[in-house]
Design a protein around this ligand. Structure first.
Ligand SMILES: Cc1ncc(C[n+]2csc(CCOP(=O)(O)OP(=O)(O)O)c2C)c(N)n1
Length: 323
């Protein structure tokens, strides 16, 4: 399969079009984060929303290094993954509100399970840790079919403790699968601090046990993440096997919207750098203001449209179910 030029996945890190694209994704995602928070406060929510504020830059940077035909297996904190990979705000918000306009036609109410195989958005398993073997299966499929697609498995630091993490990395390394392990290390698994359960200081260093390169990057800086993921993907496409990237991020909000967060120290934002503000000086100031304003308006309209859209009929339950 040839490279998708609309993705520009190998651009130089100083390419103005790359910087503009990344800033736009973060601005749209931030606008969505803020609007969803307000929507839940005012109207409630059928399920849990896991806010992704603070983590948008890491995700935007990672996806900027992917092609549309690359397989994405995301973990559902915030909505930057589907947004960055090309899903419209209509289907994203439609899924959040359980409306027929959602990518799952109204079956994913509350908890997001956005999916669109044409965009390489392969959905999310709510059983954390299922991501590794499933993503490795997609990577194996690409290898067997002789395409140069890759699969990216996104997970949190808590999910790095699952047994499937190790089993899959072992086989993926042995078989040189085109797989990228991407960890958003926000330092918390619900309420449990990473340092209280990890025998290693970083997650990235665990990759060496499998002969796999592991790098730790500042996930507040989308460009730093972009470069690391671009290099990992280039390696994977060349047949050199998996890599692991640990992007250190900040979970600005609670584990879920409404979490009182009494377990957090008062200074938990001490090392935080807002990914939107990290990117802003890299693009034209007038462009930045225009993009942020447009994103807010676009999200406002998309929420209005999703609210007006119909709920699914009961018959939808058996649609897309295979015996
Ligand atoms: C196998 C499994 N165990 C527990 C849960 C419940 N659960 C949902 S989110 C979460 C925390 C995950 O932490 P992490 O992987 O660090 O991601 P984060 O929430 O910080 O983004 C847990 C334990 C689950 N969904 N699946």
């Amino acid at each position: 399969m040839t490279s998708d030029p609309s993705n520009h996945s190998t651009r130089d890190a100083s390419d103005p079009s790359l910087l503009l694209d990344i800033f736009t994704v973060i601005a749209r995602s931030r606008a969505l984060e803020d609007a969803v928070s307000i929507h839940i406060r005012d109207h409630g929510f059928a399920g849990f929303w896991h806010p992704g504020k603070g983590q948008e830059g890491a995700v935007a940077g990672a996806v900027a290094a992917m092609r549309t035909d690359d397989y994405l297996f995301y973990q559902g904190r915030g909505a930057t993954w589907p947004l960055a990979k090309g899903m419209g705000l209509g289907p994203i918000i439609g899924d959040l509100l359980g409306k027929t306009t959602g990518s799952t036609g109204g079956k994913g109410a509350g908890v997001p399970h956005w999916a669109d195989p044409a965009l390489g958005i392969m959905g999310e398993g709510a059983t954390l840790g299922s991501v590794y073997p499933v993503a490795a299966g997609a990577a194996l499929s690409a290898k067997l079919r002789g395409t140069d697609q890759i699969a990216l498995a996104d997970f949190g630091d808590g999910t790095a403790a699952r047994g499937t993490f190790h089993e899959t990395l072992l086989e993926a390394a042995r078989w040189s699968l085109p797989l990228v392990y991407f960890c958003e290390n926000n330092g918390l698994s619900v309420t449990t601090p990473f340092e209280s359960v990890s025998p290693t200081k970083t997650l990235a260093e665990r990759a060496s046990a499998y002969g796999v390169p592991g790098v730790r990057v500042d996930g507040h800086d989308a460009v730093e993440v972009y470069e690391a993921v671009r290099d990992a993907i280039a390696r994977a496409r060349k047949g050199e096997g998996p890599s692991m990237i640990e992007a250190v991020v900040t979970r600005v909000g609670g584990h879920w919207e409404g979490d009182a967060q009494q377990y957090r120290p008062a200074d938990f934002l001490a090392d935080y750098r807002d990914p939107l503000e990290v990117m802003r000086p890299r693009i034209d100031a007038a462009d930045a203001d225009r993009i942020v304003a447009a994103a807010k308006e676009e999200v406002r309209l998309a929420i209005e449209e999703a609210e007006a859209a119909p709920l699914p009929q009961p018959s939808v339950i058996l649609k897309d179910v295979f015996a």
